[in-house]
Design a protein around this ligand. Structure first.
Ligand code: CAA
Length: 287
């Protein structure tokens, strides 16, 4: 089987949340026809709201015209039916971080799409090989991991599973580049490059706060000014979502041992429902 980027016209996206809607947006902006699927109509609508909000920001700063922004939205079809992804040339899954859910989705996607359709997962920390093993086409499963917020972050991490075919890896890089991103590649090892290194950084920031090393503002300020990153660990945790950080850290802890043990305060905040920006309160408060 050969996998050419020239044969890709349509993109399926599973999940219309923060990541899925962002992936749908950048794909449509690059000129692809997109089918964005979530399980409830309201979730699909929320995805469109996020896309319109983001496109509006590009319009406000003069990077897009209103007409171009409208055309991007028109290229995206929303649906709750997984079957509507049957004719897509590449499908990117950005559903919940739950291995059982992802395995079931990939088994269904492999059945309903034609052989030759690349099936990509945006998983933060789960193994692409384990996800792929739920399908009868593991060679066509790859990890294509966008960063949050997808419309403005340049990087995409491509992860190669045990059985991923070489042509599929090449297509994953080429597709990410077509949607305006720059890629790097990692092996299918826990957390890959990005989250293996980012999550303990965030976790240690939370521990430092909990152990009274400094105020949260000074921890964030110190890391921003001291290492020239756009957000400190506590701000970034709020931006990503504390539930996402906890899940990722727990997966790393399970796979890699005690150095990844989730901070006590991270667990306590998730239990309290303070998940960061999305709930209006995490380490900081948001309107
Ligand atoms: N769509 C369009 N534009 C957006 C946007 C979006 N979703 N989000 C931010 N922007 C724009 C803003 O409108 C703003 O534009 P103007 O300069 O014209 O006003 C510009 O980006 C800068 O935004 P802000 O002024 O609000 O704040 P900022 O300068 O701090 O930038 C940020 C925001 C881009 C998020 C920046 O803080 C940043 O890069 N933070 C780090 C993000 C990061 O590390 N992401 C990775 C998370 S980990 C992950 O994704 C992996 C995982 O599996 C968990």
């Amino acid at each position: 089987m050969s996998y050419g980027i020239d044969t890709v016209d349509s993109v399926g996206v599973v999940g219309a949340g923060t990541m899925g809607s962002g992936i749908a947006q950048v794909s449509a902006l690059a000129g692809y026809d997109v089918v964005m699927r979530d399980i409830e109509p309201e979730l699909v609508e929320d995805g469109f709201d996020a896309i319109e909000d983001s496109l509006g920001r590009f319009v406000d700063r003069g990077d897009l015209t209103e007409k171009e922004a409208d055309a991007v939205v028109e290229r995206i079809e929303g649906t709750t039916a997984l079957d509507d992804l049957a004719d897509c040339d590449i499908v990117v899954e950005a559903a919940v971080e739950d291995m059982a859910v992802k395995r079931e989705l990939f088994a269904d996607l492999a059945e309903l799409t034609e052989p030759g359709t690349v099936l990509a997962t945006n998983t933060s920390t789960l193994s692409v090989t384990t996800i792929a093993s739920a399908t009868d086409r593991p060679g066509e499963v790859v990890r294509l991991h966008f960063m949050n917020p997808v419309p403005v972050m340049e990087g995409v991490e491509v992860v190669v599973g045990e059985k991923t075919a070489e042509g599929v890896v090449d297509l994953a890089h080429a597709f990410a580049e077509e949607v305006g991103k720059t890629t790097w590649e990692a092996d299918d090892k826990p957390g890959f490059v990005s989250n293996r290194i980012l999550m303990p950084w965030i976790n240690e920031g939370i521990r430092a706060f909990d152990e009274g090393v400094a105020t949260k503002a000074d921890i964030d300020r110190g890391m921003k000014l001291g290492t020239n990153v756009p957000m400190g660990p506590l701000e970034l945790a709020d931006h990503i979502g504390l539930d996402v950080c906890l899940h990722a850290t727990e997966t790393l802890h399970e796979e890699l041992g005690d150095r990844y043990k989730p901070a006590y305060l991270l667990k306590r905040k998730v239990e309290a429902g303070d998940l960061g920006k999305k709930t209006g309160r995490g380490f900081y408060e948001y309107e």
